[in-house]
Structure formats: structure tokens, C-alpha cells
Write a protein that binds this ligand. Structure first.
Ligand SMILES: Cc1cc2nc3c(=O)[nH]c(=O)nc-3n(C[C@H](O)[C@H](O)[C@H](O)COP(=O)(O)O)c2cc1C
Length: 217
């Protein structure tokens, strides 16, 4: 598939073929997309919980049982379900961990480069913490970038997917023990293969016109 085909055929899957499992090599490629997703100042303020078994997916349905039952089947019948989570703090330990990883991965020619990167990143974080006071939103934006990449990558690999904001994050956080780990859930993504009964597969894609969406200078 070329890029145009991927963009045109990707869609939000409404029903999955139960019992059909993605090859592990495909799952691994999709996890690499999340792992290597870009983030502002390489802040990586995320964590991903992957459910690959019926038991794991059943735990994910805690997110939909109360107010979003329309999403439950999409979790149960998928092959894999990923909870995209965001950190609740951008603390010193996390920032130190990023810097250590960059050092380990050979990003710094010398100590000045290392110190400069650390200072710039802390400055950026502090703008969001103190001046804009939107640190949690800013971190969540990074998680949505990862979500977008995952959806495109899934389509490129012939994997059907449903992003789900129709979830209750409180019950899901409790079920997965996220809050004690300094995390909270943002969205779920179900991955697998569409069911022949998926009404949405046959519907045409609908978007606002190009004229409304683009301005060319
Ligand atoms: C962040 C986000 C959250 C979404 N949440 C849900 C959801 O909870 N349940 C669902 O069935 N579809 C959900 N969708 C699918 C959208 O309704 C769908 O992407 C949109 O209508 C465009 O259609 P398409 O993706 O099929 O092109 C979500 C999409 C995004 C990007």
C-alpha cells in the first residue's frame, strides 16, 4: 500500500473478528512505533500497558463498563488493547532518566552538550509548569502524538484499530494500578482484524473540504 491508500483505507474499526490474533512480529513493530515516538524536548512522559490475553482485555473493560458500553466489545474482540498513559508529574527522577538514556545512547559529544540539553529541557518544562501552568496538558499532547503514529502505523501494516477516548479513566487507573505508579490513562487503542459485520468498514470516509482545512500562502 502506498501512503495515499493507507490514508484512505484507515478507519475507526467498530467490530473486530474475535479470536484472531496479530502476529507477534507485527505487534513488536507497533510497540516500536510507540517506543520511538517523538515528544517535545524528548520528554517521553508516557507509559503503555498492553493487553494481549482475554484476561488482560477483560481488565481493560473496566474503562467502559459504566458509561461507555458501546466500546466494550471492541476491547473484548480485539487481538491487543493498549492503554496509553501519561505521567502525573514531570519529576527530577524522570528528567534525570532521560538525560542518562541520551548519554548512554551516545547523544553528547562532551559535558557541555549534555549540560546544555539538560538545561534547555528543564527550561522548557518549567515554562509549562510555572508560566503556562499547563504541564499536565502539555504532557498529554505528547501522548496523542504517539496515538496518531500508532494509528497510521497500524494501517500501514494492515492492522485494524480503534482509538477510544470513550473510557472512564478512574476505574481503569484503579484496575491497572496506574496512579500509585505516577500515571493516569488517556486513551485505549484496540488492534486486530475487522469483523465482516463491521458496518463502518463500508461507509465512505467523510471530512470537511480541503478549502476549509488548508490555507496556502
Ligand atoms: C482521540 C480519538 C478518540 C476516539 N474515541 C472513540 C471511541 O471512544 N469509540 C469509537 O468507536 N471511536 C472513537 N474514535 C473514532 C472517531 O470517531 C473517528 O476517528 C472519526 O469519526 C473519523 O473517522 P475515521 O477514523 O474512521 O476516518 C476516536 C478517535 C480519536 C482520534
Amino acid at each position: 500500500m502506498n501512503l495515499s491508500d493507507i490514508v484512505d483505507t484507515r478507519y475507526a474499526t467498530k467490530a473486530f473478528e474475535a479470536g484472531r490474533t496479530l502476529p507477534q512480529a507485527t505487534v513488536d513493530q507497533l510497540l516500536a512505533v510507540l517506543h520511538k515516538s517523538p515528544s517535545s524536548v524528548n520528554s517521553q512522559p508516557w507509559h503503555f500497558v498492553v493487553a494481549a490475553t482475554p484476561e488482560g482485555r477483560a481488565r481493560m473493560t473496566r474503562a467502559t463498563a459504566d458509561r461507555h458500553p458501546y466500546n466494550t466489545q471492541k476491547i473484548q474482540d480485539a487481538s491487543h488493547v493498549i492503554a496509553l498513559c501519561v505521567r502525573t508529574e514531570m519529576d527530577a527522577a524522570h528528567l534525570a532518566g532521560i538525560l542518562a538514556a541520551e548519554q548512554r545512547d551516545g547523544r553528547f559529544a562532551d559535558e557541555a552538550a549534555r549540560a546544555g540539553t539538560d538545561k534547555a529541557r528543564r527550561g522548557f518544562v518549567d515554562v509549562h509548569r510555572y508560566d503556562l501552568r499547563d504541564l499536565q496538558h502539555w504532557m498529554t499532547h505528547q501522548v496523542y502524538l504517539a496515538l496518531g503514529g500508532l494509528l497510521m502505523a497500524a494501517a500501514a501494516l494492515g492492522v485494524d484499530a480503534t482509538p477510544m477516548e470513550g473510557i472512564d479513566t478512574g476505574p481503569l487507573d484503579l484496575e491497572l494500578g496506574l496512579r500509585e505508579r505516577g500515571l493516569t490513562s488517556v486513551a485505549l487503542v484496540s488492534l486486530g482484524y475487522r469483523s465482516a459485520q463491521d458496518f463502518n468498514a463500508a461507509l465512505p470516509k467523510s471530512r470537511l473540504s480541503r478549502e476549509e482545512v488548508f490555507t496556502f500562502l
